[in-house]
Design a protein around this ligand. Structure first.
Ligand SMILES: CC(C)(COP(=O)(O)OP(=O)(O)OC[C@H]1O[C@@H](n2cnc3c(N)ncnc32)[C@H](O)[C@@H]1OP(=O)(O)O)[C@@H](O)C(=O)NCCC(=O)NCCS
Length: 189
């Protein structure tokens, strides 16, 4: 019998993040080892800021914040090589370890306490299906260089091995390695 990956409820994800902007950023700073100089922390903090400014209903009042956000987003992308658009549904305490070649599709969902490392792509698989993007549950541990492609679902507590290319759903609690990624066992790192 095939085990279905745990479905990820996006509205639940939003409900679990009712923190104010500074509370969110403080939590992210703690998750990143209290080091504000880490590129991953900066990328996440700017993502939070990008979302916060969208709550300003008036376009006119929002405009200066949008200018600042776009400047900072491009700076993080161009300097650190971390492309994390504000429209990604990012859970709490997500850690971006290291930097460079980290590309996250704008329609991705990333659950609480996930770890994303250098060289990771979470993106679409086919150019003619540009909006297909992966959904990661909570505590997904993505190894360096891994590529997770297409509208697939990665369950809670999944380990994705370094340099894996994941093309199919992975049920909760499993470890997937290789190209294309195959499940090896249910242990955590
Ligand atoms: C996937 C991972 C979590 C596996 O950990 P594990 O559950 O302890 O698995 P094991 O080490 O027992 O390996 C099980 C099998 O998978 C293989 N394997 C492990 N990681 C692999 C990987 N990334 N790619 C391909 N095969 C891998 C092992 O060689 C072993 O194969 P074997 O049974 O034929 O000997 C770990 O190897 C990994 O890739 N972690 C990523 C960490 C990372 O990115 N670090 C960078 C820090 S900057």
């Amino acid at each position: 019998m095939t085990v279905q990956p745990q479905s990820i409820n996006e509205s639940q994800l939003q409900e679990t993040t009712p923190l104010k902007l500074w509370e969110q950023i403080k939590e992210d700073w703690i998750a990143h080892g209290r080091d504000w100089t880490k590129p991953g922390f900066r990328a996440v903090a700017i993502h939070r800021f990008g979302n916060w400014r969208m709550k300003i209903a008036s376009k006119l009042l929002r405009a200066p914040f949008s200018i600042i956000y776009r400047f900072l987003y491009r700076r993080v992308r161009n300097v650190y090589g971390i492309d994390l658009p504000y429209c990604v549904k990012l859970g709490r305490r997500v850690i971006i370890e290291h930097q460079s070649c980290i590309i996250i599709h704008g329609d991705c969902v990333i659950g609480d306490d996930c770890i994303i490392r250098q060289g990771v792509t979470l993106g679409n698989r086919y150019r003619d299906r540009p909006f297909d993007a992966p959904k990661l549950g909570a505590r997904v541990n993505v190894g360096a260089g891994a590529k997770v492609l297409g509208g697939i679902t990665i369950g809670d507590d999944v380990n994705i091995g370094a340099n894996a290319v994941v093309l199919t759903d992975i049920p909760a609690g499993q470890t997937a390695v290789g190209i294309p990624a195959k499940i090896i066992k249910g242990n955590r790192e």
